[in-house]
Design a protein around this ligand. Structure first.
Ligand SMILES: *[C@@H]1O[C@H](CO)[C@@H](O)[C@H](O)[C@H]1NC(C)=O
Ligand SMILES: *[C@@H]1O[C@H](CO)[C@@H](O)[C@H](O)[C@H]1NC(C)=O
Length: 425
């Protein structure tokens, strides 16, 4: 008798346990469905917001047909004199482009895009121009072949990124963050911290975009994930080129172009990496404190002056002697810097006459110098990081504009601590 009761009890307990499990499973399913329901559907019927194309099916090509009327461009004398006319490949290319500019382009102000043709250069052709090309690092070959290719297709666009509801208030700051497809976690940390979009103190509009190319054939295919992320957050721009270190100047050039198309009236642009920590409020305060003449000709960050090419083939920043000669112009460390949005048309224009360079922050320095804009140093930019003992200290970070580098967890923690009501500095 007793045994029978025990058995019944066990059965009863077991079945109620099952019910609990099934119920909780159902809850999870329900929850998941709710999450899925929140994901905006693929914009099949809505043509604008956002134009997302599954990466492998490239179609979009409308805007690139548009040519711009660009403001008159003068290329500064100090820039022209800054690069020796000699046998180095890049130097020769530059001076030939400058001659081309002087002969026609300073008189027309037309978008010069259709004068440049992407004909990936053959190895033989390059070899006749660069005697010792055999000794170049293998990736340089890819870079050299693609130097004339400036118009890759835009695969994922955000045409409404800078649109505003009222249609009149101007975007104050745009964060343009260089990222690569697989850095999902870094991007999410940026979104949740310094890159979070919205209206800041004094009604300042801030938006964020991530600039991406495509992963290489050796990487797992992340196209679907990236495309999903773009739909979810509407902050990815993806171009059809291989996202590699040497292709960062190409990323720069297509970003300028995108800005002209989509964000022409932004006051300031932040360009930086996805592994930095930026202090958004301090950046906004600094930008608001500028005199009008500074605000329209701004190029600021941690300025590296008097640098020259590194000639050791084993390092990332190696530049061969037969490729480039001369010192580098002053440039802002590429981890993060700020510039005036009104310079974008001229930056885009001038970048046609400056051959692509393997190091993107040096290239930026060249573009600003060509426009006669002086790089202004700001001590709040720490692209080489700060003292080890200060790296987790929110009070130290309150006075800085940017530090490089922080991983996503450090970024989340620093942000939380900096904005804690308990913080007394
Ligand atoms: C174009 O540039 C050349 C060389 O600097 C100059 O001599 C010429 O006057 C310029 N033309 C115009 C229309 O600005
Ligand atoms: C840059 O991208 C182009 C287009 O995808 C590619 O052909 C080239 O190899 C890339 N260059 C480098 C240095 O990765």
């Amino acid at each position: 008798m007793k045994r029978k009761y025990m058995k019944l009890l066990i059965v009863a307990l077991a079945s109620s346990f099952c019910v609990v499990i099934i119920f909780s499973k159902l809850k999870v399913v329900e929850h998941n469905q709710k999450d899925l329901a929140k994901i905006p559907s693929v914009p099949a019927s809505t043509p604008k917001k956002p134009t997302t194309v599954v990466i492998s099916t490239v179609k979009k090509k409308s805007k690139s047909a548009m040519l711009y009327e660009l403001p008159p461009l003068t290329i500064s004398e100090t820039f022209r004199k800054g690069f020796p006319k000699n046998g180095a490949f890049w130097n020769r290319k530059l001076h030939s482009l400058l001659r081309q500019f002087d002969s026609i382009d300073n008189q027309t102000h037309k978008d010069p895009r259709d004068k440049f043709h992407c004909q990936p250069e053959s190895f033989e052709l390059l070899q006749t121009n660069i005697q010792d090309i055999q000794s170049y690092p293998p990736l340089y070959g890819d870079f050299l072949r693609g130097m004339e290719c400036r118009d890759p297709a835009l695969l994922i666009d955000q045409p409404d990124k800078c649109a505003s509801e009222s249609g009149q208030d101007q975007m104050f700051l745009l964060f343009a963050v260089k990222s690569i497809p697989k850095h999902f976690e870094r991007r999410q940390a940026v979104r949740e911290t310094w890159g979070s979009e919205g209206l800041y103190e004094n009604g300042l509009q801030v938006r964020t975009v991530f600039l991406l190319g495509r992963s290489s054939a050796d990487d797992p295919n992340l196209d679907k994930l990236v495309s999903f992320e773009a739909q979810q957050f509407q902050d990815l721009l993806v171009w059809d080129f291989h996202d590699s270190f040497y292709n960062l100047t190409l990323k720069e050039h297509v970003f300028f172009k995108w800005m002209l198309d989509n964000c022409p009236r932004v006051s300031f642009v932040f360009k930086g990496d996805d592994d930095v920590f930026a202090n958004t409020q301090a950046i906004l305060n600094h930008l608001q404190s500028l005199e009008p003449e500074q605000a329209t000709a701004l190029y600021t960050g941690q300025i590296i002056s008097d640098a020259s090419p590194l000639r050791d083939p084993k390092i990332k920043y190696y530049v061969p002697q037969s490729f480039y000669e001369g010192p580098y112009p002053p440039y802002a460390g590429g981890g993060g810097f700020l510039f005036s949005g009104n310079l974008l048309p001229s930056l885009y224009h001038v970048s046609f006459y400056i051959p692509f360079f393997p190091i993107d922050d040096v290239y930026n320095g060249m573009c600003f110098k060509a426009l006669g804009i002086t790089a202004t140093k700001h001590d709040g930019f720490k692209t080489f990081d700060i003292r080890e003992q200060d790296r987790e200290n929110p009070c130290v970070h309150k006075n800085l504009l940017l530090v490089h580098q922080r991983d996503p967890q450090q970024t989340m923690r620093l942000w939380r601590n900096m904005h804690s009501a308990m913080l007394t500095c």
